[in-house]
Each structure stands twice: as structure tokens, then as C-alpha cells.
Design a protein around this ligand. Structure first.
Ligand code: GLU
Length: 288
């Protein structure tokens, strides 16, 4: 992950422009993706059911800038949200027919299992433990776990420097599991935004999760925090769906590969996370 140069200037300019236009900073969106007209799917598939219903419920984060952050109109914005819109569009479902549901890290599997959401697009790492209860399309992005510290803290350059000092992270995340190898002094809460108070007050010395989530937080709180920028895990982001719905998983994988080829994945990135982060190459889809 690399931060874009000139971020401070562009962020200030953007904030000014938003004040002038009377908007709040809900981020950009890319509504240029054409919605399929009356797509046809084999009877009995999840795709046929969703296309027939004309709506889809998507779980995402509501407090993570760049990936899923609830905007002024109540709908979330970010790269995950754009990926959700790409999938919906191929089902013939327009953005205004998507029902967005907040999923925090710990409730993603249960929300998929009990049908509260059709899919989850929420900085959701694909791993074998989770694959026992849900299936994953993707990956559509690959992040890495990192640390966020107060600006000017040069003592912590990686997880080895924690030496049992207190760190904040989120319950049910891979971040919580991974950091346990480096410190036993973990404060776990529901959302990463809940960790910012303890970091400001000195109750914890760092917040840990994926680098891109931390980059969004640092960008949103200009000058207050720094990402250590020493990622120590691999976090391939997948789209969570019902266990063993292979047709639906194949369909979503096809949508992703198409978006890599036709430029809509890059557009989705550049209109959201790409405002702060360099554009990566999309990872190869894993049709396990
Ligand atoms: N990607 C990691 C996970 O799925 C951490 C970020 C998050 O909690 O959403 O657990």
C-alpha cells in the first residue's frame, strides 16, 4: 500500500469544495455501471431469485472510510459499496434497489447464515475457518494487517515493538487473532472507530487492523494518526455468501473478472479508495 502524494492538499481542497457545494463528506460514488436489463438466469438459482425480486440486501461496514462509510443520505459509500453495486447491476438491480445493512466484523458469518443479508462485502478476509460456514467469491483486493499510532510515535515500527503494551482491535476479526501472537494486552470492541478514543487518550498505544482501513482513518483525521506501514499478514478480501451456493459464487467470480477486464473495477477503486491510495492490480480470483 502506498499513500498518494499531495494528499493533505487534495483533502483540504476537497473539503473546501464540499463546504461550498453544501455537501457533507460522504465520499464519491461511481454510478456509471450499466444495470443489465432483464438478465436471464437458470430457474432455481439465487441469481434468478434476486433478479425476480428486483432487490438485494448487502452487508457492509458503515464506519470505514474508503471502503464502507455511511454518507449523509444514510447509504454507505466506498470501494466495497462499489463492488456490491457492480454485482447488483449484473443481476439487473439498480443502486437504489440495494438494501444496505451494517455488518460489523463479528456478525458477518451469522448474518449470511441466517439470511439477513444476501452477500457481505465488508473488508472480509477469506480464510479456511470462515469457509467452514460461508462461501467466498473473490478475492477482489488484497490488504495486510498493520498498526495505527499517534502521529509522531516513532517507538512502534512493527508488531514486535508492542512488547505486551495495550492495543485496540475488533472482536471477530482476523486482526484480533493475528495480534495475539505479539501481545496479550488486547482491548477488543465492535468497530475500529470505537478504538480511536482509547488511542487518543493513551489507553492503548496502537490500533490494529488492515492497512487500508487504517489509511482511511488516518485520512479522515488528518495529522492526528499515522499508519506504521509495515504490514505483517495477507488479507485477501472476498464476497461472503451462503455456504456451498456454488452457482452464485461462480456468477460473482465471473462479474469480478469481467470488471477487471472492462475497467469498472479500476473505476470503482479510483472513485473511492483511489482518492487516497495508489491503484493496485486486482488479484486473481480463486475458484476453489
Ligand atoms: N479483514 C479482516 C477481517 O475480515 C479485518 C478487517 C475487518 O474486521 O473487517 O477480519
Amino acid at each position: 500500500m502506498r499513500f498518494k502524494k499531495g494528499l493533505a492538499i487534495s483533502a483540504l481542497a476537497l473539503a473546501g469544495a464540499l463546504v461550498l457545494s453544501g455537501c457533507t463528506d460522504s465520499g464519491a460514488s461511481n454510478d456509471a455501471v450499466p444495470v443489465e436489463e432483464a438478465p436471464e438466469f437458470a430457474a432455481g438459482t439465487t441469481m434468478a431469485a434476486l433478479a425476480e425480486a428486483g432487490e438485494i440486501t448487502i452487508g457492509t461496514k458503515f464506519d470505514q472510510p474508503l471502503f464502507g462509510l455511511r454518507g449523509a443520505d444514510g447509504d454507505p459509500v466506498g470501494f466495497d459499496v462499489e463492488i456490491g453495486k457492480l454485482i447488483a447491476a449484473k443481476l439487473g438491480i439498480a443502486p437504489d434497489k440495494i438494501k444496505w445493512t451494517e455488518t460489523v466484523s463479528a456478525n458477518r458469518e451469522p448474518f449470511i447464515q441466517n439470511g439477513q443479508v444476501d452477500i457481505v462485502v465488508a473488508t472480509y478476509t477469506i480464510n479456511d475457518t470462515r469457509k467452514q460456514v460461508v462461501s467466498f467469491a473473490g478475492p477482489y483486493y488484497s490488504a495486510g494487517q498493520d498498526l495505527l499510532v499517534l502521529a509522531g510515535n516513532t517507538d512502534i515500527t512493527g508488531p514486535e515493538d508492542l512488547t505486551d503494551q495495550p492495543v485496540c482491535t475488533v472482536s471477530g476479526s482476523t486482526s484480533e487473532k493475528n495480534i495475539a501472537e505479539f501481545t496479550t494486552n488486547i482491548i477488543a470492541t465492535d468497530t475500529y472507530s470505537n478504538c480511536l478514543g482509547p488511542l487518543r487518550s493513551g489507553e492503548v498505544v496502537a490500533v490494529t487492523t488492515d492497512n487500508v482501513i487504517l489509511a482511511g482513518i488516518a485520512d479522515q483525521n488528518e495529522g492526528e494518526f499515522e499508519v506504521v506501514n509495515n504490514p505483517f499478514t495477507e488479507e485477501p478480501y472476498g464476497i461472503g455468501l451462503a455456504l456451498d451456493d456454488t452457482e452464485f459464487r461462480t456468477f460473482i467470480n465471473d462479474v469480478l473478472e469481467e470488471s477487471y477486464d472492462d475497467g469498472t473495477w479500476v473505476d470503482a477503486w479510483e472513485s473511492t479508495a483511489g482518492k487516497v491510495l495508489d491503484t493496485p492490480k486486482p488479484p486473481a480470483v480463486d475458484r476453489y
